[in-house]
Design a protein around this ligand. Structure first.
Ligand SMILES: N[C@@H](CCC(=O)N[C@@H](CS)C(=O)NCC(=O)O)C(=O)O
Length: 184
């Protein structure tokens, strides 16, 4: 989304994770996606790719945010919330954990604070959309998709409105195309 927003054209190579192409592993041995190869250097973290794109072009000032507040959201999302999301998404991998308990922890950690913030502001960083919203909403989307009914039952109208806003955005929908797998 950040690349599209910044108007950066890329050659999109869709990776099948259970059959990673050698050309990708040669550039980025850690074997996770996304990887961006540009002007002879490699960016292999989503946030690095976002930040790099915004340094190239940032027409709506997604990057004009309080950096410590942004970091606090990202650290919570990418650290403990991501762990809980994996536990919630893949209960078979965590047979010792009760899914209801995992859900309750995820709500306390992330959904409740988000609801409080989004009750007074349309976006996580204030009245304007910022890169933090774009970095975090795919995780909330995944969370909502594990059990759409459970998500619908949660008393978080502001989070639901925020998620819907992103899901319905032209930008999100314009990058959700299916691509054929890249094969070396
Ligand atoms: N912190 C990394 C996480 C990347 C990541 O874990 N990506 C997953 C897919 S969403 C992956 O490539 N997993 C490797 C695999 O499943 O083999 C980033 O944001 O770029």
């Amino acid at each position: 989304m950040a690349l599209k927003y910044a108007g950066i054209q890329v050659e999109h190579r869709e990776i099948v994770l259970r059959n990673k192409p050698q050309s990708m592993l040669l550039l980025s041995p850690k074997g996770t996606v996304p990887v961006l190869c540009v002007d002879g250097f490699i960016l292999e973290q989503s946030l690095d790719i976002m930040r790099w794109a915004l340094t190239r072009s940032d027409p709506d000032e997604w990057a004009a945010v309080d950096e410590s507040m942004a970091q606090a959201w990202i650290e919570k999302n990418d650290g403990p919330f991501k762990s809980l999301l994996d536990q919630y998404k893949y209960p078979n991998r965590f047979p010792e954990l009760a899914q209801e308990g995992v859900l309750a922890q995820a709500i306390e950690l992330m959904l409740k604070p988000m609801e409080l913030t989004l009750q007074s502001n349309q976006f996580l960083m204030g009245s304007k959309m910022a890169w933090v919203d774009v970095a975090i909403f795919p995780f909330i989307r995944q969370f909502s998709m594990v059990s759409p009914q459970k998500f619908a039952d949660l008393p978080f109208p502001s989070v639901k409105k925020w998620l819907d806003h992103h899901l319905q955005s032209e930008l999100f929908n314009s990058v959700m195309d299916q691509y054929p797998a890249w094969i070396d």
